[in-house]
Design a protein around this ligand. Sequence first.
Ligand code: SF4
Length: 494
Amino acid sequence: MPDGRHPDGPTEKCGVVGVSLDERDAARPLYYALYALQHRGQESAGIVTHDGFQQHSHVEMGLVGDAFEAEDLETLKGATGVGHVRYPTAGSVNSSCAQPFSVSFKSGSLGLSHNGNLVNTAELREELAASGHAFTSDGDTEVIAHELARNLLEADLIRAVKRTMNRIHGSYSLTIAHDDTVLGVRDPQGNRPLCIGELDDGYILASESAAIDVLDGELVRDVRPGELVVLEGDGAGFDSYQLVERDNTAHCFFEHVYFARPDSRIDGQLVYDVRRELGRQLWVESGVESDVVLPVPDSGRAFASGYAEAAQAEGAEVSFAEGLMKNRYVGRTFIMPTQDARERAVRLKLNPIRDVVEGKTVTVIDDSIVRGTTSTQLVELLRDVGAEEVHMRIGAPPIVAPCYMGIDMASREELIAAGCETDAIREDIDADSLAYLSIDAVAEALDSTRADLCLGCVTGEYPYDIQGESTDRDVIRPDIGDAAGDTGVAGSDD
Ligand code: SF4
């Protein structure tokens, strides 16, 4: 976790990018953009460029900085290309699933980057295999690449993409290099983000607008759900085709809560602003009097500042302090296969400042609780350095179910809130009080409705039909009814 997220937190799956420039090679801008998207995946990094009909590819396991040498970028010729950073949730953890995925066929070649997770991979793979397609990986991205290649043999580009979109089901944001054209495609419900930016000498498609910022570009807009965007080969502009329409969207609310960078704009909203608003709502719903509000760094910071600001605006005598210091150097080299190792990781990563905490009542603000390991350790750490009371406030609803749309949320057995009341969790983590944010407050902060968000991991009800998909994770559909959105405040003594 080089970006310093929780040792036991959910894990992002993949960042995608695509650029089309006027004359200069696309490799360097792609490389910088991948750096900006590194938080979305750390297992592998890759770039595929097209120089006319010549395809160049460099895909390696590891972080962006380790995957590319200067000379690798020199070999990636061509003004168009796509890039990818990967965290695996579908397919193996090895180079066969690293992306962009390249495929050559009779009338050209494709480089394809995918963020998301299909829910009908097995069925499509079987059909494609029966018609002679040979697979080299067990991931869903290769299935998309073969399906698109097959359709390109029978139809023009737009029709081929449309046919592909009608066949693949689930969550996908794609950037595709097809000969010297770059395409961006977002699934009809817009589960994963994808946006368009304008550069000095071309256009870029990226999972997050932070990747446009690092290239001094301007965010043009989000790619719409069900839309195909085609970047012109000379970087002069782009064309848009609304290929599939749906009544509802299914934006992943967790992008705003946790995955995306706070400096990114997603679906029209700055992630930082959303997190601050979630923090303000957290105070409104379950504010508790205490001497000091502490964010869990870094992810809880924006929530905590919104919470403290709302508390102070109502006259609460509470200060906001950075009372937990993070060791930024505990990263991927720290192997965490066991619960004991995960607990050790928390102690290595976070150190409380005694002077800020000793003799005080403390409210700790975090974005989520997954396994509960971090929260339990934090409460213990804060008590060890003299906190009189420790209250936990969480800027999202309880995570009660796994994610099938491309986020590694941990299995059902590992989720502390699966089938567990808030008070039992409070007891487990030994906090004086614990409260989560309601689903309705999340929807409001996102200027959305429950119907237009994916809330699968907090309700167990998914916007995609996941029943046919083979998975090693059980679906749980807890009997939560309307209460799913209620704020549970456990043991509050305010
Ligand atoms: S289940 Fe949760 S993490 Fe997965 S896409 Fe839906 S909201 Fe996002």
